[in-house]
Design a protein around this ligand. Structure first.
Ligand code: FES
Length: 279
């Protein structure tokens, strides 16, 4: 996994050699660090726990995920789009459906975006540190006596990341269509509401998150001996490289906004708040 924003370079340069099957860092002195290294894993645990609990709750709700013609809007939660299950609220259905699936459509849909995030190189680095303390921070020893890396089941499944990346692109297309449709005001015409802005920002951030993915950069610029022979791939690679450097920021921004988009649509659909029209 890569380092982010040059963190812990000194620690890595002088770190204990990683031996698969051994203990990293040594159990006697967990760390010599005097700074508050535990803050980052604590904050990450806090945010990811909230997101996991909320998204699980939201996925089982199976209601209040669509604001339709009765409210003069066309807003759908990203957790429920495309609504391809057998039971979708009127107006939310995608152009095709898996009629045999009678549970909440979010349970079907979220496999892909969550799989994409769960196998993301940046999130792996984060949740291995935050939840498993393996290791909790640079130059801090593991909380476990053994280290086997991602060589065995289930962690060897992390190699599926590039396939989740492809699936994520398909979902980005659907969510982009949703963002465009959020400009529609059924029975009224077209306009921009707060919900329109929320869904547009969500779609943009999800694209940026996907395009900054390490698998995407490798797809464009990997396995190339000479960029001179592949000018188009070089242009893609040049465009993606600065985005890739911001992958951590985009991972958090897109996670928070996608969660907020669901909360917003849910509150409007349930009547708790009004989706104000801006113009
Ligand atoms: S590395 Fe994070 S999404 Fe691919």
């Amino acid at each position: 996994m890569g380092l982010y924003q040059g963190e812990c370079v000194t620690a890595v340069e002088s770190s204990t050699k990683v031996v698969l099957g051994g203990t990293r860092g040594g159990p006697e002195v967990p760390t010599l660090r005097k700074d508050r290294w535990w803050v980052q894993p604590f904050v990450i645990t806090f945010i990811l726990t909230i997101f996991i609990v909320y998204s699980t709750w939201a996925a089982f709700q199976n209601r209040y995920y669509f604001v339709g013609a009765s409210m003069g809007r066309d807003l759908i939660s990203p957790f429920y789009s495309p609504c391809i299950g057998g039971v979708c609220v009127p107006g939310a259905k995608a152009g095709f459906a898996l009629n045999w699936f009678r549970l909440s459509p979010a349970l079907l849909i979220l496999i892909f975006p969550l799989g994409f995030r769960f196998t993301c190189y940046y999130y792996r680095r984060s949740y291995y540190r935050a939840f498993w303390w393996s290791p909790p921070a640079c130059a801090v020893s593991d909380a476990h006596g053994k280290y086997s890396g991602e060589t065995r089941f289930p962690l060897v499944m992390q190699n599926l990341h590039r396939y989740f990346f492809y699936a994520g692109l398909v979902f980005n297309v659907f969510l982009t269509v949703d963002a465009v449709e959020a400009f529609r005001e059924p029975g009224i015409g077209w306009g921009v509401s707060v919900g329109t802005i929320v869904l547009c920002v969500n779609a943009v951030l999800l694209w940026l998150y996907s395009l900054s993915c390490h698998a995407c950069r490798h797809l464009c610029g990997g396995h190339v001996k000479s960029f001179k022979a592949h000018p188009i791939r070089y242009q893609f690679w040049k465009f993606l490289t600065p985005l890739n450097a911001k992958h951590m920021n985009l991972a958090w921004a897109s996670l928070l906004v996608v969660g907020f988009a669901d909360v917003y649509v849910r509150l409007v659909a349930s009547g708790a708040i009004t989706d104000y029209k801006l113009f």
